[in-house]
Design a protein around this ligand. Sequence first.
Ligand code: AMP
Length: 283
Amino acid sequence: MRTIRTIAELRAHLAAARGDGRSVGLVPTMGAFHAGHVALMHGARAQCDVVVVSLFVNPAQFNDPRDLERYPRTEAADAATAAETGVDVLFAPARDEIYPDGFATTVNVAGLSDVLEGEFRPRHFEGVCTVVAKLLNIVAPDVAFFGAKDAQQAVVVRRMARDLDMPVRIEVLPTVREPDGLALSSRNALLDPAERPRALALRAGLDAAERAVAAGERDPEAVRAAALAAMRERGVEPEYFALVHPDTLQAVPTVNGRTLAAVAARVGLVRLIDNTLLTTGAS
Ligand code: AMP
């Protein structure tokens, strides 16, 4: 595996591969790799000839400067993990390589970016879309891999690629969890061990919603109430617990067909998100 830090070197490296007719897969990340990242790397390895993983803690998508400061940075361990997983290139640029002096352009997907996470993290998705658009232009992958854990991010990035005619397939792979159900996240490392049991409240809320729907409940308010009760039992009040259409992210009037249950909550100093797709027979 090669670690590459400049756009020019990466483009030269990939031009040679592409000239030989090889397909390229990109896994965009902010590092501090866990099994969720590794699953995306395996997905890319299975589908593409050349696998590029980008590692860039993107300041533009952080609303809270303390969150950016605290974000774990473990590049040496990440490089070892990527190499073991069969990644070909780790693209780990410096901040100035991505945002040089005079950088002035942003990409915004209106509407989809403003709900759920967007309400609590204004301009977060503008930061995400801008950096993902740049990475897609730099790497020009055939396929880019994202995790279902960040469900809204996947919806927003898909729409961006479609709206801007980006010649890339966006592949979304399932959320990887701890045995007790906690969704893996780089931020889990920042959880105080004493707070760890409370972090399970997110999964408990989603489980309660699933149970309510499986028992025949179709009223989103009733499903939501069951979820909130399960979270409160664990001493957590979410920032939001929403039942939305998985493509439009608009609140659903009834839980029918496919409904995305999405939750965000603070546990101590750490803000966590999770989601599940609720499905019913009727559509
Ligand atoms: P991050 O480094 O947190 O920006 O995440 C990089 C990619 O990994 C994103 O596409 C995330 O959705 C994905 N990801 C993060 N956590 C998980 C997880 N637990 N399971 C699957 N994918 C994940």
